[in-house]
Write a protein of this length. Structure first.
Length: 484
């Protein structure tokens, strides 16, 4: 057993080496109480823990985990348990230090508590997901807050999973294994690239529903929202319900949605490929279905998924998710309530859904657009509003979708709104979009730092292009986290 310097000061972090050391550690930790509980394990639980531990322990190389947990005792138990399974663990006891560790270490996984002394875990998760370098790192929430709204909020921030305390050690290890296995699956990137290519070439949304109660709901809505290519050899989206499965020889250029109808927090929606932005749309909406077990809501989620896949912006993959995360942070800095921030996030994710009704050749064109092409492209906010207008649960998103290209000076489209005529939610998304665009490399210019991006946006405020209060809130948020 060797000791290495802890990132939190003088308290050492123990890193196990060798099967003998691991075995000894396992025997000690098997006598620990369940994580976040004081119970003794039953013989059955003991066997389950051992089985999961063997599965994770056999994986190589060592998994790097950052634990963000303010309670010292809980953090120690987690650290011992994970190290006993060959993981390298670093611990932070507040949100700011947690973000620093994630950015410094680029771990394989983040385990994140919701209640932290300086902020909450939702803000930390949004910060991780708004940074293009750390965005791919999966985050699992660990929290005593187990209401559906808490889980929905956590997943909408981009988390891969949400585990409610108290939990059994075997459950934690199994769900870590599932999340890491999904992130490391070599087939996922190929599926994502193939799906992007397919979506870029097609205007028509092709969806196949494999049996189950959702079939009638989805088919009825699809018939009114999209042109269905019934003669297609293979759809863009395959919807699976229950235990249905895709044939092993199915092409890889297909997105797959699995919907398991259950009760409460057991409702699951799984999307393969695991894209940076689409799973949260599906996961969130289908999990909301658990509030009233409404199949119509699940069907609506699948329609949104199909439209979002068709409008996927290939050259700027991940930009939409980063804009949504940044917009939520600005909304929090402005003191907006949780419901409004949720609306802002979903509206930012779906603002370009109208692209689904535009020719793929137009969206893929890299040169200057002609007058007719420009006029067609500028119809996408109206088309997006039409796509979502029939969905009662999404009505709050319509102003963002319709007006996200309006400008304070009245030169935007489609309605030429000016200043306060533009909803605050839209002004927030506009600032977030401009900011995140500046942070990314583009063919015509290199990326700039966060501090420089803020200065550029402040110049736009002086020219009357952006909302002063929104940019000021962004600047405050960037300074609070030590923007580079």
């Amino acid at each position: 057993m060797v000791r290495r310097a802890s990132p939190l000061g003088n308290r050492p972090a123990r890193v196990s080496e060798g099967e003998h050391s691991r075995g000894a550690a396992l025997e000690v930790h098997r006598r620990d109480a369940l994580v976040a509980r004081g119970d003794r394990r039953s013989e059955e639980e003991e066997k389950e823990v051992k089985a999961v531990e063997e599965t994770i322990r056999s994986d190589a190389p060592a998994t790097r985990v950052v634990v963000v947990e303010d309670d010292q005792a809980s953090a120690d138990v987690l650290q011992r348990r994970l190290q006993a399974n060959g993981m390298v663990v670093s611990v932070a006891h507040d949100g700011r230090r947690g973000i620093e560790l994630v950015e410094e270490l680029l771990p394989d996984l983040v385990l994140l508590d919701v209640m932290l002394p300086d902020t909450d875990g939702y803000d930390v998760c949004l910060r991780i997901k708004s940074n293009s370098t750390t965005a791919p790192i999966p985050v699992i929430f660990l929290s005593a807050r187990g209401e559906v709204v808490d889980k929905v909020r956590g997943l909408s921030c981009g988390a891969a999973d949400y585990i409610t305390k108290p939990f059994q050690a075997a459950e934690l290890l199994a769900r870590i294994d599932a999340v890491l296995g999904q992130a490391r699956n070599p087939r996922v990137p190929r599926l994502a690239r193939s799906a992007e290519r397919a979506a870029g070439e097609r205007r028509v949304a092709r969806v196949a529903i494999v049996d189950g109660a959702l079939r009638a709901h989805v088919e009825q809505l699809l018939a009114t929202r999209f042109d269905l290519a019934e003669d297609s050899d293979m759809p863009d989206v395959v919807v699976l319900e229950g235990n249905a499965s895709v044939p092993a020889d199915a092409p890889e250029d297909v997105a797959v949605v699995r919907v398991t109808a259950g009760r409460g927090s057991d409702d699951r929606a799984e999307l393969v490929p695991v894209d940076a932005q689409l799973p949260r749309i599906v996961d969130l909406t289908v999990r909301e279905r658990g509030l009233d077990h409404d199949l119509q809501a699940a069907a609506e989620a699948l329609i949104v998924l199909a439209a979002a896949i068709a409008s996927h912006d290939r050259p700027t993959t991940g930009h939409t998710e980063r804009v949504a995360a940044r917009a939520v942070q600005i909304g929090r800095a402005l003191g907006l309530d949780e419901s409004t921030r949720m609306t802002i996030r979903l509206g930012a994710l779906l603002r370009d859904v109208g692209h689904a009704r535009l020719p793929g050749s137009l969206l893929a064109k890299s040169g200057e657009l002609g007058p007719d092409e420009r006029a067609m492209l500028e119809r996408h906010p109206v088309l997006g509003e039409e796509i979502l207008a029939g969905f009662k649960r999404l009505s709050g998103l319509l102003p963002i979708v319709r007006h996200h290209h309006e400008r304070l000076d009245g030169t935007g489209y489609p309605d030429g709104l000016r200043a306060e005529q533009i909803p605050l939610e839209v002004r927030i998304v506009t600032v977030a979009d401009r900011f995140e665009a500046l942070l990314a490399d583009r063919p015509d210019r290199p990326a700039v730092s966060e501090s420089e991006a803020v200065r550029i946006l402040q110049g736009a405020v002086a020219r009357g292009e952006l909302d002063a209060a929104v940019v000021a809130a962004l600047a405050t948020q960037v300074r609070a986290y030590g923007g580079n």
